[in-house]
Design a protein around this ligand. Structure first.
Ligand SMILES: Cc1cn([C@H]2C[C@H](O)[C@@H](COP(=O)(O)OP(=O)(O)OP(=O)(O)O)O2)c(=O)[nH]c1=O
Length: 191
């Protein structure tokens, strides 16, 4: 039997690096081009799962397994944007400062026979109360660009996060425990 072929449906270098961390190199990387606008009143968990499923289905890769992920930062029911400018990043930091929020990381794996499996990792994260100087320094770092909730736990923000419950890799963008389980259940030989 030939080994299954894996396509990573992602433009995120983080997801590729995270897969490499557990010894997996996809055969191909094909970003999924989908509309990522949340539906009105859509719950963060529902949104993360829908996005992962849509990304996995959007890539045209016959005879392949397609893996996709989506990471959503939420304060209560409120979905924070992927920060694209300083105003958005500051607004995110204001919301996150001194309180707990949740990070929903959904992964979807579609099989060549059309079967799609989904897994969700939910983490809780707490930022210290941020001073104006800390906020300014973080904005200067530029690390918030393109990140859900306007921060990256794998960078400088780690020094501002006082507590984490859940999956560090899930917060970064690909929950590795769930990913390994999903790939093994689909027949990938992972030690
Ligand atoms: C909270 C958090 C998010 N992120 C990133 C991971 C994701 O790249 C991004 C969330 O956006 P996503 O829509 O999940 O991913 P993406 O658009 O970057 O890539 P693709 O859809 O092509 O796979 O935020 C971090 O890198 N670190 C963090 O601590």
């Amino acid at each position: 039997m030939t080994a299954p072929t894996l396509v990573l449906a992602s433009a995120s270098p983080r997801r590729l690096e995270l897969l490499a961390q557990i010894g997996i190199t996809p055969d191909r990387v094909v970003p999924a081009d989908i509309d990522e606008t949340p539906h009105s009143k859509e719950l963060p968990r529902v949104y993360a799962e829908r996005m992962a499923l849509e990304k996995a289905s959007a890539v045209d890769a016959p005879y392949c397994h397609v893996l996709a992920g989506d990471t959503v930062v939420a304060v209560g029911r409120r979905i924070l944007p992927k920060a694209e400018n300083e105003d958005q990043a500051r607004a995110c930091l204001d919301l996150l400062s001194g309180r707990r929020h949740r990070v929903f990381s959904a992964i979807a794996l579609s099989a060549p026979d059309g079967d799609v499996r989904l897994k969700l990792s939910v983490s809780a994260v707490k930022f210290k109360r941020l001073s104006a100087e800390e906020q300014d320094a973080y904005i200067r770092s530029q690390e918030w660009r393109g990140k859900a909730g306007g921060y990256a736990i794998q960078g400088e923000a780690a020094g501002l996060i006082s507590w984490l419950q859940g999956s560090h890799s899930g917060v970064v963008g690909l929950p590795l425990y769930e990913t390994r389980t999903l790939l093994r259940s689909a027949g990938f030989a992972i030690a």
